[in-house]
Design a protein. Structure first.
Length: 239
């Protein structure tokens, strides 16, 4: 009988310290590190190498657009707000609003910048998502920990491998996560996942980069969060 009570107590304790979030507001500070001459040379090389390939036009335009953007950016910081609902996500950035449906991996982006090159790069990226075959390699290291805003998390590395006509492209997401709050990774549009993975938690930090150019990266750090019910009108007014 005593053993039974201990099991019940353990289950109650786990429930108290583990919470599934159906609604949330997450605020991240985003830092871009892109103003590096070596990275610009890499983009130029990619731009030259894709000629006469199957999806060369898309990649060539995207590379050209990225070159234009990297000339203007270097360690710029901004804030990104993520509003999570039971069936959808609304992401507000300095440049755009994004309505994201995780179940369908469908996204609608409303850009603030009236810049054809800037807008074109996003449209091309979405087309490439449909063309390229994508696989994920996931490494979980619960011994490597970090505390961010007094919340402790362990390291998860998601390596995205894309196969295209120009060869293998590899992106890396270095993540620190606290898994006591259950937010599916598929809801984090900032990870730019191409298909579902079975991980969840409150993401504290993300550093995303191309494996060939780790000095060019996006760096997200959690600034604040709440798990209150979110106002769906934030999405409806954008539809």
């Amino acid at each position: 009988m005593k053993k039974k009570y201990l099991i019940i107590l353990l289950l109650i304790t786990i429930k108290l310290f583990s919470q599934k979030a159906t609604d949330a507001h997450l605020k991240y500070t985003l830092t871009l590190n892109v103003g590096n001459s070596a990275n610009n040379e890499l983009l130029k090389t990619l731009y030259e190498d894709v000629k006469n390939k199957e999806d060369s036009l898309l990649v060539e335009k995207n590379s050209k657009g990225l070159l234009e953007v990297t000339k203007k950016l270097n360690k710029l910081s901004s804030e990104t707000d993520i509003y999570i609902y039971p069936d959808s996500v609304f992401i507000k950035t300095i440049d755009s609003d994004i309505i994201f449906i995780p179940e369908k991996f469908k996204k609608n982006r409303i850009l603030y910048k009236e810049n054809k090159t800037y807008k074109s790069s996003f449209e091309i990226t979405e087309k490439l998502r449909q063309i390229w075959k994508t696989e994920y390699k996931i490494e979980i290291n619960k011994n490597e920990k970090k505390s961010i805003n007094e919340i402790e998390g362990y390291k998860v590395t998601i390596t995205e491998i894309r196969q295209s006509s120009i060869g293998e492209l590899i992106d890396v997401n270095e993540i620190y996560v606290n898994d006591k709050i259950k937010i599916p990774f598929n809801y984090y549009e900032i990870l730019d996942l191409k298909k579902k993975i079975d991980l969840s938690g409150l993401i504290l930090e993300v550093k995303s980069y191309d494996k060939e150019s780790p000095s060019l990266f996006n760096h997200y750090i959690l600034k604040s969060y709440n798990l209150e019910k979110q106002d769906k009108n934030l999405i409806k007014q954008k539809e």
